[in-house]
Design a protein around this ligand. Structure first.
Ligand SMILES: [Zn+2]
Length: 130
């Protein structure tokens, strides 16, 4: 049994134009590549984390991923998905805060001059296997 440290996709996932299936394919490639490096014979569990702005439906994603890993060593692996809140920074007063709704206004000074710091990424937190 091995458990890996968190790592992220090479490119952050754009919240428009990236479909569950293409994200699932990216994840499969990453999982199989990592499993190969770690010399795993079987992948039993995958823990991932999405930023809230990556608009995926977990059920559809799980289904797409199961299809992607059919006949690979990751077939049947448990997929745990966590959704991370969106983290923003105000350009005006440098406040950092998280939002739960799509309200892109600074909680401290009310400015809408906001940058997204986190929320568009997909992280693979760990891969379990044997
Ligand atoms: Zn502010």
């Amino acid at each position: 049994m091995s458990c890996l440290q968190a790592f992220s996709f090479p490119e952050s996932v754009n919240n428009t134009g990236m479909h569950e299936l293409s994200i699932a394919e990216n994840l499969r490639n990453l999982v199989l590549e990592t499993a190969g490096k770690e010399k795993l014979k079987k992948v039993t569990g995958i823990n991932i984390c999405f930023g809230q702005l990556v608009q995926i439906v977990p059920e559809i994603f799980k289904f797409a991923f199961e299809e992607c890993v059919r006949d690979t060593i990751a077939m049947g692996a448990r997929l745990d998905i966590e959704i991370k809140p969106v983290k923003l920074e105000c350009r005006k007063c440098q406040a950092e805060f998280t939002i739960s709704e799509n309200l892109f206004v600074c909680v401290q000074c009310g400015s809408d001059n906001i940058v997204i710091k986190e929320g568009k990424e997909l992280f693979v937190k760990s891969i379990e296997g044997e």
